[in-house]
Design a protein around this ligand. Structure first.
Ligand SMILES: *[C@@H]1O[C@H](CO)[C@@H](O)[C@H](O)[C@H]1NC(C)=O
Ligand SMILES: *[C@@H]1O[C@H](CO)[C@@H](O)[C@H](O)[C@H]1NC(C)=O
Ligand SMILES: *[C@@H]1O[C@H](CO)[C@@H](O)[C@H](O)[C@H]1NC(C)=O
Ligand SMILES: *[C@@H]1O[C@H](CO)[C@@H](O)[C@H](O)[C@H]1NC(C)=O
Ligand SMILES: *[C@@H]1O[C@H](CO)[C@@H](O)[C@H](O)[C@H]1NC(C)=O
Length: 184
């Protein structure tokens, strides 16, 4: 019984593959097969400048979990400045736009999707996309780079990030991001 079910399943899957390849051959009249050349590894350092309170805040709480005493379930949206240095007057090259969720019940760990949107400098017009876990309990956190656009088409890599300072006086925080990215 199980064996014949398996045989049937294989036949159905085979039929699906054969029929879809037949359809593909009819519909795609133009195909390309290009060699992209060697990938290069680019490394650079950026600083995210955040205002976490007040009317010009660059991070806002968007939603929270139903359990009032827990940070678990908290969702925030972020639009930090990306600058070349940690100082307040450093050259601005873009924005870091992100969706952040506290997705651990035991640690301050974020599950995040973050886009580095470059509006100046060498990568003006390009976007680098990060997605993964950011465990805020660690001094240095590693987050994967999963793709991008413009200069970062086909990108993959990782960032290593740490907090430079958090000031409760002027409600600003700065984080350092060391980017290592493979792209063409
Ligand atoms: C917000 O930014 C504006 C424009 O830069 C500035 O005039 C204002 O003082 C800032 N508000 C706060 C609370 O920092
Ligand atoms: C949220 O919590 C309240 C009080 O504990 C409960 O009555 C309600 O059903 C909960 N709502 C959801 C969507 O879990
Ligand atoms: C960045 O790119 C945009 C769009 O191409 C362009 O309008 C702008 O002038 C560029 N900025 C700099 C500083 O090169
Ligand atoms: C980033 O790189 C610099 C220079 O190599 C290093 O001093 C710094 O500790 C690195 N930061 C992180 C968060 O890895
Ligand atoms: C806020 O305070 C920190 C720590 O004192 C300082 O390094 C930073 O330059 C200040 N930022 C602004 C925008 O004043």
């Amino acid at each position: 019984m199980a064996a014949s079910f398996q045989t049937n399943l294989i036949l159905i899957l085979l039929a699906l593959v054969l029929s879809s390849s037949a359809t593909t051959a009819q519909e795609l009249d133009e195909t390309e097969s290009l060699s992209l050349g060697p990938e290069k590894l680019t490394r650079f350092r950026l600083y995210l400048h955040e205002i976490f309170d007040g009317s010009n805040a660059t991070v806002v709480y968007a939603a929270h979990g139903n359990a009032t005493n827990l940070v678990f379930g908290t969702v925030s949206v972020l639009n930090d400045i990306i600058a070349l240095g940690p100082e307040a007057d450093s050259k601005v090259v873009g924005r870091a736009q992100a969706l952040l969720a506290i997705a651990s019940q035991t640690e301050s760990a974020l599950t995040m999707i973050m886009n580095f949107v470059f509006t100046d400098g060498k990568f003006n017009g390009s976007v680098l996309t990060l997605a993964g876990r950011n465990n805020l309990n660690l001094k240095v956190r590693e987050v994967p780079i999963v793709g991008g656009t413009g200069a970062f088409q086909f990108a993959r890599g990782y960032v290593r990030t740490s907090t430079v300072f958090i000031s409760q006086i002027n409600k600003t925080a700065v984080a350092e991001y060391n980017v290592s990215v493979l792209h063409y």
